[in-house]
Structures are given as C-alpha cells and as structure tokens.
Design a protein around this ligand. Sequence first.
Ligand code: ADE
Length: 243
Amino acid sequence: MKKFTVLTLFPEMFNNFMTTSIIKKALYEKLIAIKIVDIRDYSIGKHHQVDDYQYGGGEGMVLMIEPLVAAIKAHQTKDSVTILLTPQGKQYVQEQVQQFAANDNDLILVCGHYEGFDERILYYIDYELSIGDYILTGGELASMVVIDSVTRLCENVINTQSHLNDSFSNNLLDYPVYTKPVEYDGHYVPEVLLSGHHQKIAQWREYEALKKTWLKRPDLLEKKNLTTEQQILLEKIKNEKKV
Ligand code: ADE
C-alpha cells in the first residue's frame, strides 16, 4: 500500500481533499494511506515558533530548520523518499508519477510556506519537485497534486484500462470523447463513434489523438518514437491542414 506523509503548517487544507471522490474511496478501501503532520507539533520554545526573520535582512518570514528537520526525522524510514515541494525543484511530469506509483517507497512530502525555508533543509531531503513554473503560497496544493496523480495509478484505485490510455503516458494526448446527446446546438458526435464498428473506431481514435497532439502540443511528438504507421498518419494530418 502506498503511504504518503505530508508535513505542513496547514493541516486543515487537506480535509476536503481526503474526504472527496477517488482519494476518499482509496483511503476507505486501504489502497493508500495519508498521514498529515503539523510541523507546529515540532516547533521549538514555548511560543511554538516555526518561522523567523531572515539573516541579512529582507521581506518575509523563513521556515526554521529545527522544526522541519525534527518532523522529517520523526517520519523517515529506510523505505521512505523525502520530497520538498518548491518552485526550484525538478518539473513534475507523468513519467515521475509512474515511477512513484511503481516503486514501494513511502513518500514524505514537505510543504514550505511564507518566503521560503532555510536552505540547509536541502541536506535532509532526497529531492525537490516543482509542479510548474509559477509560485504558489505554499507546497500544500503541490503535494495534493502529487498524491492525487500517484493514487490514481495505484493498483485497484481506478480501472487500469483508463490509465493505459492516459494523456502523456505515451506522449500523446487523449483522443476526443463524447456522450449523449448525439446533437447539441448544431454540434454532432462524429458518426464513426455511433457505427459500432470497433476497428474503424480504434483507427479514428488513433488518428484523432495524433492530430490533437500535433495541433495542441507538438512538443510531445518530438519525444515520441512514432511507428511507421503513425508517421504516415502524421504526414496525412499535416497535409490536410495545408489544404
Ligand atoms: N511551492 C510554491 N510554488 C510551488 C510550485 N510551483 N511547485 C511546487 N511547490 C511549490
């Protein structure tokens, strides 16, 4: 069972997250475990201090090293990997999600806040992850992103077939999907999907996934080793676009 331990100054942020939808179900069925740890429980002094002014002067408070390291050490085991959520980390992508889901390590997710954390924290973690090139007020949302994305790949959480076709997992975006009604405001569901012809539907989906990727995220195709068949399809798509 995948175990996540989150070290945060704002445990209440996780209440809705853990009691809603797939995460709630995965917890209930013991497919994952999540432990939320309040860094304040490891604060020092009678004022329960966790942050302080930065040396050298400047705006904003900095998370102190002592409570953070004490919280980390209290939860690290020989099977755990300690991850600091920070915009300076390595960009989090689906390949990393798959690795986290596939190995047996428990994940300790350390959420920074305020203006930052004492840089010496880097001696006590295994790596730094960023969920994108923008600055959040803290690592909490980022840690929820990690938990959510890894959980859906854990065994028996969702139908396996639905993540084999995930966008990004094969460097292609998903093909378009439709449900009732067949016509909405003059917009129709593509006829092939109503045909019941499985082979034609599969071909259409492959074509549309490739087309969507080329139009919206051509950068993904650079990474992908296309089969000869897909290369032919792609040429066809490009030529169609020119007409
Ligand atoms: N904390 C603040 N911004 C972040 C980001 N982009 N990714 C991960 N953690 C963060």
